[in-house]
Design a protein. Sequence first.
Length: 488
Amino acid sequence: MPRLSPRRSCFSRTEWDGVKWPVSGAQSLYYQPQRRRNLGNIAMETELLGIYRFNMFKTISCLGGLLAAGLLSACEEENAYVPPPAPAVSIAQPLQQTVTEYLEFTGTTVAVESVEVRARVPGFLESMHFKPGTRIKQGDLLFVIDPREYEADLSAAKAEQNSARALVKQAETELKRAEILFKRKAGTEVKVVEWRTERDVRRAAVKEKQARVARAELNLGYTQVAAPIGGRVSRNLVDPGNLVGVAEATLLTTVTRYDPMFVYFDVNERDLLRVLEIFRARVKERGLDPRSDTARDAELPLYLGLSNEAGYPHEGLVDFAESGLDAGTGTLQVRGVFANESTPPVLIPGLFARVRMPIQERAGALLVSERAIGSDQEGRYLLVVNSDKVVEKRPVRTGQLEDGLQVIEAGLEPGAWVVVNGLQRARQGATVAPEEIEMASFTISARRGAAPARTDEATAAGGEDTAEARVEPAAETAAKSDGQTETP
């Protein structure tokens, strides 16, 4: 008689006579491990196994019939194509207004005056009389070089000058006596000529000594190093106690004048021809003489903006232009001048500057949002929705930016509906579901006006949350005082 060795797991399998029979989890409860089984138990297990197989076959047959019935009913229905819904896009008509056409350049700020302060006489640097980085006036004392040597030189030069003057007086006296003797015929004419010549030589010597005195006074004055211009003084490059001005004029510091401020920029040939037309018209309008009047007299306006500034808040004038174009770059260097009176100054030398020059005003210009402009190998284009809600592609030529909107110079007519949102869902020739909005909402000024409103809403919402937060602790305190507790 074979021995039964039952096993139990998630899906129990009974091993009997070397054959593994699958059974369900409920039926596996019947097979309990026992050491010995009698013939009656084995017969009962065989009967249950047969019932299980019959039930499994019956279930599979029912499932097959239901599947066949479903397939037959599906074949009787017809498949119909349902097109997807049209993609939603936002459209707006171009903004039409008068705009000023500008030429835009990039330049660099340069100080109107910058002077290097150097030691003009050799000597030891005795003292310093300024604070680095402060504003000074013209003539303010900056450094002192040891003056004792130059005071001694001045005293010696003055002594030599006095000696030369005494010799002149002696020569004049001897000349008068020689002339008297010659008139009385008691002396010769040769003596008169000799003393007259001696007098002239000694007079020339006096002038030489005077020049030496002036030089000594000048060198003594150079020991007092004063500010040549007013402006901002830099740091001292030499500390007191060092010997300066021996081999060369030692650089001591620099003084820079910030007001006004120059800006240099380069104009290409095409833009230069347009600027020259405006300049000639301005000269004719103001009656200027090109031979004597400068470019500043024409008062051509300029506008400047720094890298961290929005727009061009600084206003100035064209001050100077070079005589000809650079053959290597094909550009002409132009200089503008801008007021810089604030303290501390807004403009300092060496800054990158954005410069633009107004050229003309254009009435009825069309402006669209930058986000509406696409670009491909053919150039820039706009997607326009026609009256049938079908997308069309319009090649355009763009101009300058005006309040965050792009000027369209050609390729777009007034009243066209331009896709401004959902460009990725819009395709040429496709039907869309458009939603009309205003193009003016994309201007920088409109976005700035909307920002404070959103801030106020957020502040109000934050205030309500704070009030609620203040009420909740009070409620908790009252509940605790009543002996109540919260259930987490």
